[in-house]
Ligand binder design. Sequence first.
Ligand SMILES: Nc1ncnc2c1ncn2[C@@H]1O[C@H](COP(=O)(O)OP(=O)(O)OP(=O)(O)O)[C@@H](O)[C@H]1O
Length: 632
Amino acid sequence: MALFHVARYAGPEAAAAEAEAGGRARALLERLQRRARERQQLQEEPGEAAQAAGPAGRRRRRPRRARRRPSGGTPGSKRRKADDEDAGAESSEEAPAASCGAAEAVGPTEAPGGRPPDGACGPPAQSLLLGDFKRTRAPKVQPFLPAWLAEPSCVSRNVTEDLVPIEDVPEVHPDLQRRLRAHGITSFFPVQAAVIPAVLDSAAGGFLVGRGGYRPSDLCVSAPTGSGKTLAFVIPVVQALLQRAVCRVRALVVLPTKELAQQVSKVFNLYTDATPLRVALVTGQKSLAKEQESLVQKTADGFRCLADIVVATPGRLVDHIDQTPGFSLWHLRFLVVDEADRMIDSMHQSWLPRVVAAAFPGEGGPEPFALLQRRQPQVVTAASTCCPQMPLQKLLFSATLTQNPEKLQQLGLYQPRLFSTGLAGRGPSDADGDSGGKYTFPTGLTHHYVPCRLRSKPLVVLHLILDLNFSRVLCFTNSRENSHRLFLLVQAFGGVTVAEFSSRHSPGRRKMILKQFEQGKIQLLISTDATARGIDVRAVQLVVNYDAPQYLRTYVHRAGRTARAGNTGQAFTLLLRVQEKRFLRMLAEAGAPALQRHEVPAELLQPLLPRYEAALSELESAVKEEQRQKEA
Ligand SMILES: Nc1ncnc2c1ncn2[C@@H]1O[C@H](COP(=O)(O)OP(=O)(O)OP(=O)(O)O)[C@@H](O)[C@H]1O
């Protein structure tokens, strides 16, 4: 029977054996010293010694590899192992185990007293050496996706060819169709043509109950940037709520940034302003009291709700759940999570459990006899279907929706259904933990990279704008400081209307900057990733990644600020030599079309140099002045 062998102190009985071993060690040492002397002699008189040694001299060299092994066996056993090596029986990585194996193969020659023979490797031949790990390559684990993720409803990403005329989607109310036409929309983009009917279908039985009394499926939508995801939820939510009689918060849209929330609330306003529906924006741009006034009104017998649709950032939403008297989510029917992957990342703020808790007052809640009092949904049974209650349906949207089931699980989705423009379940992992190889890019977007040195990066940006004549450029850096310094430098250089956008500025100032950029008053907007997601500025021709994005998702969103809604656009990434390999591999895994290498020869930058040098010294004094002011 094979035994485990752990080398340990054997007790006083082993003392004699140890003394014997000590004698053996001395003999071995002497032998080694003798050989060293011989070797030294050989080096001193190589010709003679080689002749004298003849073939035996050469033979003596061979067992050296075997000697390096930790066995320290008898000369006989050494020779056996050397023979095994010659025959190529074992690889060098497996040497320790192999030497034991070889001894086992020839059968152990026992010394008197049943001990292993001199120099036999430690444990008995039949035993298993603990910690004797062999280096074997672990098989790659392929992600196993749940069926809804692995088999999504596929949607085309081509928003120029696969348009669907709005009259071909009869589920959309004629009033809304008229309104869409009034805003210049005559056809739905593919994602809209697929998602709008699906959401409307789930509210077909009226928004108070799901179809047939069942709870509707939650929907997840993964489609490229600029593919019209906003209207894909605005239209069905507005249409479903048009039937409401009493104003209650029935739709809540949560977004990661103030600017995005503002943009989405604008779109809601476009489609609700001729209806009784009211939209409130709660992002912290106004004071809490002002926002409270837009949400609830105090009456003689309690509070009156003033908003049907609330568009919010998560932090401010939780503030209102906690601090606004009369703000209730008991009638919430739609919870829309835009930029869903980003919102999952912000889950540590616990905004979702707070929303769900506020939406389900539960047993003993403040309205115990309300007809449609909601409880946290339980398992569907015959009894539970007898007493239908208003469902809370989640709608998730993103251009980079995670396929990580563990992350998605945090959202507590119910029988989810995925609409996707990407191929499901392919590709290896992204650096941030999400699976890559599945994000899709707008068809009109071309990707370039510019190999350059750190010092010449600002010059390359100036060259792109001034020499290649791009009139609306969005340039991303990885930090506020980088944005600010690049802004100061370009400003000092002159000839370009430039602004910076980052958390250095107040929300009001940021709003104004975005407006001016949209109006074309700013040619170059230098920004942190604050504008990377969702911001929809028409006619951005060029996106420059001044600092290469670290993550694939960041690249997808940054580049997606151009080539929106079927337009064309270009994304240029400035890469240092050390960044090239990793970045190109990351994009290849993302399924991005091949990046075009765009060389900017030094001669092209040469004419810009004199002004650039002057701008650099201006920058230096500006930075010093800023530091002085900070310290004062
Ligand atoms: N059916 C349509 N026809 C014409 N233009 C449209 C249509 N739907 C949306 N658009 C326009 O396309 C642009 C992009 O839409 P939207 O902002 O909804 O994209 P998105 O998919 O949400 O992008 P992102 O992922 O970057 O947030 C907007 O300017 C919008 O007005």
